[in-house]
Design a protein. Structure first.
Length: 624
């Protein structure tokens, strides 16, 4: 199976970019052909035609070949003419692109463009710019890719070739789709569909319908966009192209999964099994990943993990970094759901390494966030902070690279950050290993010490509470005893210690007797506005004499005596059954206090307890 982006690459190469005319599939023969053309350009520089190829050479051999021609170019570039330089650089870029080194390929193509005439009618200039836009597209830098491709679309040599325009628009449509401009992407995809349908290229038209279906899922409020997929499936069946049928079925299943119908998605995916023999390893990996995604949605994690591992095996066969990356992400998701966090972390770290090869900073940002979350679950907070910091740095680089044209400067900055990340990782790993050995000792000692201190604290608090409760009960008992004593004292005379005249004593006795009657029988103290003057008037005496008499007999001033009577009455009301529906503030008002604060202060000063504690401990004393 060919993926969506691969279809556009192949169409672009077959219909527009001149390809190698040699039929050799062997890399050695290809190399001989390359050096032959380099020699030819030495004599005939005007006969330059580019070999922007895509071939499945063995990786080890291709690496060796790429290094060889790169070294030869650097050694001889001072004696090469412009055509030879451009041809060398296009060959190096093609090898780098096939090896997955897209960033290096971009830099190489940019260097080649510097040697090309900036004449807009120049075919070589158009080809290199289209290749550059294609490389940016597959490197994930969709906006940069579109900027270049849209400029290339205006070139006269492209305008004169409708096939070239269509294939250029194919890449532009995919860029718009990835950039979220779904309306414009749909308009272009519809144009591509009409063109391919008119040409009766139903295989390509079928793919265009799939793309319209994907875009429809973003633009339509209902699920009518599935009609695009159903029409694409019907068209593909009529063509008999097994690879296209399989690809459409996978895309249809994916669409149903994303719409929230994983059961239907699995039905379409299961249909792909009869076309498996027509599928490439690259396409098979893609299919296995979609199976894994569907099973994750269905919460069948064991099945999802099995298909993710199958995708991994297929991707490893062809060194497909993109699918290796996604396979590791899927496996990490499964392990997280299974709570196997160490395995999940391992897969995510592998995905981080692969995302760097893919040079997609947006992927890396998300991976570091997931690693940070795993570290939080493992309570490894320093590591979680480190991953979060890495995520931030990757995000800053991603934003910079998508909005800044100074790529050379960005590359230097990127190398700097990568080295910093490696150093930070080594330091962090060292700290983690040391901290783990100390952490266990600290935790055990901390737990023991905490348990000991907690037990000691509880023991002391219980003892203190017991003593405090006992003191509360004693205070209540003393107050009850004081009531009994007060009854006896009220029945006898309290003589002053000072030697005063007999007539004065008699006069004072009369005042005190009347005062006791006013307090005990009339309860004048319940009047919140009671004052020394009003009380003196009632007793038919002056304030000075009344104040002196109170001080002499009760050893306190009149306000204190009034508050004592009020508190005594309040104590009885608080525990009386008939006043149980009264709140504390209500009783305070009943006995003559104007302020809740004054009442609480006076009550505690006289009884030693707050009103609530008095009630609680009174009940305990009575029950005892």
């Amino acid at each position: 199976m060919r993926t969506n982006s691969i279809i556009h690459i192949l169409l672009f190469i077959v219909l527009f970019i001149p390809t190698i005319t040699s039929s050799q599939n062997n890399l050695e023969n290809h190399k001989i052909d390359f050096y032959s053309k380099i020699k030819h350009l030495e004599i005939n520089p005007n006969e330059l035609s580019l070999n922007l190829w895509t071939k499945n050479f063995k990786k080890d051999s291709l690496i060796k070949y790429c290094n060889e021609i790169d070294s030869v170019y650097k050694a001889k570039q001072h004696v090469l003419n412009k055509s030879q330089k451009i041809f060398y650089l296009s060959e190096i870029a093609s090898a780098q692109s096939n090896l997955g080194d897209l960033y290096l390929a971009i830099e190489t193509i940019k260097t080649a463009i510097e040697f090309v005439s900036k004449n807009k009618d120049d075919l070589i200039y158009a080809q290199l710019n289209l290749k550059l836009g294609d490389l940016y597209h597959h490197n994930g830098m969709k906006k940069k890719s579109n900027d270049i491709l849209l400029d290339a679309l205006d070139l006269p040599v492209i305008q004169a070739d409708s096939i070239a325009q269509i294939n250029c628009l194919g890449l532009i449509a995919e860029n718009y789709e990835n950039l979220g401009d779904n309306q414009l992407a749909m308009e272009i995809s519809l144009l591509l569909y009409e063109f391919n349908f008119a040409k009766k290229d139903f295989v390509a038209a079928s793919y265009n319908l799939v793309q319209l279906g994907r875009l429809g899922s973003f633009l339509e409020t209902d699920t009518t966009y599935f009609e695009y997929f159903h029409l694409a499936n019907s068209m593909a069946l009529k063509t008999g192209d097994k690879a296209r049928i399989e690809n459409n079925l996978v895309n249809t299943g994916k669409a149903y999964r994303k719409a929230g119908f994983p059961e239907i998605a699995l039905k379409y995916l299961n249909k792909t099994e009869e076309y498996a023999i027509y599928n490439s390893s690259y396409g098979s990996a893609y299919t296995m990943l979609e199976f894994s995604s569907a099973y994750i949605e269905l919460d069948s994690i064991q099945q999802a993990l099995k298909y993710a591992k199958k995708a991994m095996a297929k991707a490893e066969e062809i060194d497909a970094y993109n699918w290796l990356f996604h396979a590791n992400k899927k496996m990490a998701t499964c392990y997280i759901k299974m709570n196997k966090l160490d395995s999940a972390g391992y897969c995510l770290n592998k995905a981080v390494s692969l995302s760097k090869k893919l040079n997609n900073k947006n992927y890396t940002v998300d991976l570091f966030k997931q690693l940070s979350n795993i570290s939080i679950k493992q309570k490894d907070f320093p590591l979680a902070v480190a991953y979060l910091d890495s995520s931030y740095k990757e995000y800053a680089k991603y934003i910079s690279e998508n909005n800044n044209d100074k790529l050379a400067q960005l590359r230097v900055e990127s190398d700097y950050h990568i080295h910093r990340a490696k150093i930070a990782e080594l330091v962090l790993n060292n700290k983690i290993e040391k901290e783990k050995s100390r952490k266990l000792i600290r935790v055990v000692l901390g737990v023991i010490l905490t348990l000991f201190l907690t037990a000691l604290f509880i023991l002391l608090i219980r003892r203190k509470l017991k003593q405090l409760k006992e003191s509360y009960r004693n205070l209540v008992k003393k107050n009850i005893e004081l009531d009994e004593v007060n009854k006896k004292l009220h029945d006898c005379e309290i003589r002053p210690k000072k030697k005063i005249k007999l007539e004065n004593i008699k006069q004072e006795d009369a005042i005190i007797k009347k005062l006791n009657e006013l307090f005990r029988k009339d309860e004048v103290f319940t009047n919140p506005n009671l004052s020394l003057k009003s009380l003196a008037d009632k007793l038919q005496t002056n304030t000075s004499y009344l104040s002196a008499a109170v001080n002499s007999r009760f050893n306190c001033n009149l306000p204190t005596l009034i508050n004592q009577y009020r508190v005594d009455k309040a104590r009885k009301m608080l525990v009386a059954e008939e006043y149980k529906h009264y709140c504390v503030e209500g009783i305070a008002t009943e006995v003559g206090f104007k302020s809740r604060t004054v009442f609480y202060h006076s009550f505690k000063s006289i009884t030693g307890l707050s009103p609530s504690l008095y009630i609680e401990n009174y009940k305990l004393v009575v029950s005892e």
